[in-house]
Design a binder for this molecule. Structure first.
Ligand SMILES: NC(=O)c1ccc[n+]([C@@H]2O[C@H](COP(=O)([O-])OP(=O)(O)OC[C@H]3O[C@@H](n4cnc5c(N)ncnc54)[C@H](OP(=O)(O)O)[C@@H]3O)[C@@H](O)[C@H]2O)c1
Length: 293
């Protein structure tokens, strides 16, 4: 869906990839090593879309990704993001150059505006994005956390390039984007990359001690059992298999979890299973604001 580039349905997120302490200088060396090993295993397993941002760990996540992909850059579909507060024309270009340096690469496959900027007009940011494409530093331009109205403004601001991707929150408890953002993006051939597929803290719906109200975990477990899969694999399959233009980027720093996540696609849920998941995790009537069910 990124033009002629093939991007795997399941990629790898990197927010808090080193744990909560990733932003300070006293980071845990062991966490660092395991995170790198896990990302590399993820690449071996085909999860070659790596998502990072200048914001994550204040640049540390990008440095870690740079280490992880060293020597295998060509295999990776690499995405990073500029902070909205840095999204002026000049600073977008500066931020991109800094990200490239930390990632130890000459190009980003995808560069996103992290969320709509209150301080810089979208036309300025998009102009900078087009300049970055013209200079060969960026292949595709994208946005994140954009609604349809904001997307249209971003599209209008572009002269030579197009919006290739909108990265948005998408998990079983937050399917609001399926209402109008997803159809709009599908029509415009904008890839939708869903983030926080496990609801960010990872236990949402998947731990019996959390909010698995109304037998939802049990449902996922039953379906999982029929396929020799896990509830998380069922969730990711459900989130990504019903639309051709939707991707997902779970984060893990645990090799076993990377293996599990990579096994979420390549098999089909039955129609009646899809409808029971739809019933247990219904789509809200409207797009947002962020709404948990
Ligand atoms: N554009 C944006 O505004 C935005 C916002 C949020 C996130 N994102 C991107 O999306 C990525 C993913 O979202 P997220 O990090 O918020 O949350 P997530 O992927 O929904 O969940 C991550 C949590 O799930 C756990 N986990 C992952 N796989 C697991 C498995 N197989 N079994 C058990 N636990 C598992 C992880 O722990 P372990 O590490 O221990 O496996 C971690 O605690 C981010 O890393 C970031 O790249 C973008």
């Amino acid at each position: 869906m990124f033009g002629i580039v093939k991007v795997p349905i399941i990629g790898q997120g990197t927010w808090l990839i080193e744990g909560n302490g990733g932003g300070n200088h006293h980071h845990n060396n062991n966490n660092h090593k395991i995170a790198i090993k896990t990302l590399q295993l993820g690449l071996d397993l085909g999860m070659t879309h790596i998502d990072t941002a200048e914001m994550y760990g204040n640049g540390r996540a990008e440095e870690l990704v740079g280490e992880a992909i060293s020597g295998r850059r060509e295999e990776v579909f690499l995405a990073s993001k500029v902070l909205p507060s840095n999204a002026s024309y000049e600073h977008t270009i500066k931020s991109c150059k800094q990200s490239l340096k930390r990632l130890n690469t000459d190009w980003l496959d995808l560069y996103l505006l992290h969320w709509p900027s209150g301080s810089h007009p979208i036309s300025e940011t998009m102009k900078a994005m087009e300049k970055l494409v013209a200079e060969g530093m960026v292949r595709y331009i994208g946005v994140s956390n954009f609604g349809v109205v904001e997307l249209k403004e971003a599209e209008k601001a572009l002269r030579n390039e197009r919006i290739a991707c909108n990265q948005v929150l998408h998990h079983l408890g937050y399917r609001g984007i399926e209402k109008s953002i997803l159809p709009y993006c599908a029509e415009r051939e904008i890839a939708v990359v869903g983030y926080s597929p496990f609801g960010h803290d990872g236990s949402l719906f998947f731990s019996s001690s959390s909010q698995s109200k109304g037998g939802r975990l049990q449902l996922l477990e039953e379906i999982a059992k029929c396929h020799g899969k896990t509830p998380r694999q069922v969730a990711i399959n459900f989130l990504t298999s019903r639309h051709p233009s939707i991707f997902t980027i779970p984060k893990t720093s645990n090799p076993d979890h990377a293996r599990e996540n990579s096994g979420s696609v390549g098999w089909d849920l039955a129609e009646d299973e899809v409808s029971s998941i739809n019933k247990a995790f219904p789509m809200p009537d409207h797009d947002g604001p962020l709404e948990m069910i």
